[in-house]
Each structure stands twice: as structure tokens, then as C-alpha cells.
Design a protein around this ligand. Structure first.
Ligand SMILES: Nc1ncnc2c1ncn2[C@@H]1O[C@H](COP(=O)(O)OP(=O)(O)OP(=O)(O)O)[C@@H](O)[C@H]1O
Ligand SMILES: [Mg+2]
Length: 321
């Protein structure tokens, strides 16, 4: 378990992490999301004692990282896959780490095989591709067979097979009861991998909840209805308290009522439906909504942006609350 308590980190005038409190529980995969510069890596570095908090504290399995007698067997971390001596082979890098932590060489062979590095293990790390470097970083994190894994953007640079492998790996580590905390910018991947999500923006926590709750809270969930009698249908739906909006004639978007309820209501009034679709927000939708005010580094579209066609278009309220 990782317990982060009122953690703050300032670099000069810049507050990278601002009074952050959350817990990463064992037995599940916790995803750490946030825009560029939000404070994810800084928080992770403070967890493993690589950055000193300006204020606050953090413990891993009840103690500060540095208080553990054998930290590698307690916490495995991938924070910067490039932080490897480029002149050494992957095998020698892992062997040196194992030797200084009382880890048998057999474990080095095990993690090399697990991470798919067998054919390149004796090659200089300097010649590694981005993905091979990431795999080596993950091998280092796994070396001590730790109870807690902290992985900063582990799938960055991995090929599709590697991405799927990381997903299965972290899920199986969590199923064994370990604590798994990983960051990523790949929302669809995170939706498939994580059970719980912590979202950070400009150094503060924007959300800390199970994935299901984050998805349920997104405003894009609802029902899309097409009917030649849309206005009549809207009048029937609004007394229930559901919110009905419309962006074009014949199309309704209903928030707060299910497709079943709307279908029944339409049938009882003899109204024709051309479409009745349950629309569910993706993690990307929910994330965009949560972080809308926290993005520091905005991109400019290189081409005129096409007209957006979101699940829930800009709308005119027809009724409801
Ligand atoms: N060593 C440092 N010195 C000065 N400022 C730093 C340092 N490390 C991080 N920062 C600043 O702290 C803020 C948070 O950075 P951090 O690397 O934690 O963000 P992040 O969420 O990991 O972003 P990304 O998604 O781009 O990896 C940024 O504004 C960054 O410039
Ligand atoms: Mg980072």
C-alpha cells in the first residue's frame, strides 16, 4: 500500500505537487492520469525518495521508502528507462543490481525472459530501441519480486504485443495481491488495465475513484433518440426529471433516463422511434472533462479542426432540470 499524505513539492516558484493526499491499495491496478506537467512523475519520484517533499509525507507498506531494509524487494519502480549505463549490457546491468541487493542470478535470467529481452540481453544498452529500454526498465522493477510496483508510463514506446503484455503483467501482479501504481497517457489502454484512477492536474487531485465511478460521473452518458415526433416525446420525458436536449430536429439526447424507460414511454404514447441508443462516456471523455481547466500545455491544431461530432453535441435544452 502507498499512502500519500499532504504531499507538496515546489521547484523555486513552481508548485509541481500541491498538498496531495491519496492511497494506492493492494490487490488492484491504480492508474495515475494527468496532463503533461501535472505532477505525476514528481509524485512518483517522491514515493521512492528520489525527490524530497517540500511538505507532507509518503509511506510504502507503512514506512518511508528509505526506511525499508531491502527496498528493491519492497518497491520496484520504472521512473526513467533511460537511467541506465549505456555501455553495459542489459544482463550486466541487472546482474550488478541483483548482486548489490542479495538477489540470485537465477532471478536475473527470469526477468530477462519475462520481459522478452533474451535475444538482446548481452548487447550494449546504448544500442537499445525505446521499447527495448522500456522492457529493461520493467525488468529492473520486477527484479526484487516486489510487493509494490510503480511504473511511470511503462507502455511508452512498446509495440502492441508489448502493450498487451504490460496489461496482462500488471493485472496478474495485482491479482497476486501486490500494489500496482502506473501512469499513462493512453486512455483506452488505461480503461482496460486499471481498476481505480487517480487524476492529477496542475499538482492537485481532480479525481480519485474506481474506473466505473469515473465513467458513471461523466456527463456524456445518456440516451440518443431519433423520432419524427421528437418534440412530443420530449414533453413526455421531461416530467420524470430527466434532462432532454436537442441539437437538430428529430434528435434528442436524454440524460437521467434509460433506453428502456424511454422506449416504454414512447410505446405507451404510440410514438415512432427511429433510434434509441445508450451512449456511454469513454475514459478519454471523462478525463477530458475532468482536466479541461488543468491543461497547461495546449496544442494548436495544424489544420482547421473539423466540426466535432461528439456523442453529446452542443445542445439546446428542451426541458428537465
Ligand atoms: N527537477 C525539476 N526542476 C524544476 N522543475 C521541475 C523538475 N521536475 C519537474 N518539474 C516541474 O514540475 C511540474 C510537474 O512535472 P512532472 O514531470 O511531475 O509532470 P508529469 O505529470 O510527469 O508530466 P508528463 O506527463 O509530461 O510526464 C512541471 O511543471 C515540471 O516542469
Ligand atoms: Mg512524467
Amino acid at each position: 500500500m502507498i499512502e500519500v499524505h499532504s504531499l507538496t513539492k515546489r521547484y523555486g516558484h513552481k508548485t509541481a505537487v500541491d498538498d496531495v493526499t491519496f492511497t494506492v491499495a493492494p490487490g488492484i491496478v491504480t492508474g495515475f492520469l494527468g496532463p503533461n506537467g501535472a505532477g505525476k512523475s514528481t509524485t512518483m519520484r517522491m514515493i521512492v525518495g528520489l525527490d524530497r517533499p517540500t511538505q507532507g509525507s509518503v509511506t510504502v507498506n507503512g514506512k518511508p521508502y528509505s526506511a525499508h531494509r531491502s527496498p528493491l524487494t519492497e518497491v520496484g519502480a520504472l521512473l526513467d528507462a533511460k537511467a541506465v549505463h549505456t555501455g553495459r549490457s542489459a544482463y550486466n546491468h541487472l546482474r550488478a543490481m541483483a548482486a548489490t541487493h542479495g538477489i540470485p542470478v537465477s532471478r536475473v535470467h527470469e526477468v530477462i525472459e519475462m520481459t522478452g529481452l533474451t535475444s538482446v540481453a548481452k548487447k550494449r544498452v546504448g544500442g537499445f530501441s525505446l521499447g527495448m529500454g522500456q522492457r529493461l526498465g520493467i525488468a529492473v522493477a520486477l527484479l526484487g519480486n516486489p510487493k509494490t510496483l510503480i511504473l511511470d508510463e511503462p507502455v511508452n514506446g512498446l509495440d502492441p504485443e508489448g502493450v498487451m503484455w504490460v496489461r496482462q503483467l500488471v493485472r496478474s501482479l495485482a491479482n497476486e495481491g501486490r500494489t500496482v501504481f502506473l501512469s499513462s497517457h493512453l486512455m483506452s489502454e488505461m480503461a482496460m488495465t486499471a481498476d481505480h484512477i487517480v487524476v492529477i492536474g496542475r499538482g492537485t487531485i481532480l479525481a480519485d475513484a474506481p474506473v466505473s465511478e469515473i465513467l458513471a460521473a461523466a456527463s456524456g452518458n445518456g440516451v440518443r433518440v431519433r423520432s419524427p415526433q421528437a418534440a412530443q416525446l420530449a414533453e413526455l420525458i421531461t416530467p420524470s426529471g430527466a434532462q432532454v436536449t436537442s441539437s437538430e430536429p428529430g434528435l434528442l439526447y436524454v440524460n437521467g433516463s434509460s433506453a428502456v424507460q424511454i422506449g416504454e414511454l414512447a410505446a405507451s404514447a404510440g410514438l415512432v422511434l427511429h433510434e434509441l441508443t445508450t451512449v456511454e462516456s469513454t475514459l478519454e471523455d471523462a478525463y477530458m472533462e475532468l482536466t479541461a481547466d488543468s491543461v497547461e500545455y495546449h496544442s494548436t491544431p495544424t489544420h482547421p479542426a473539423p466540426a466535432p461530432a461528439p456523442a453529446r453535441p452542443s445542445t439546446t435544452a428542451i426541458g428537465g432540470k
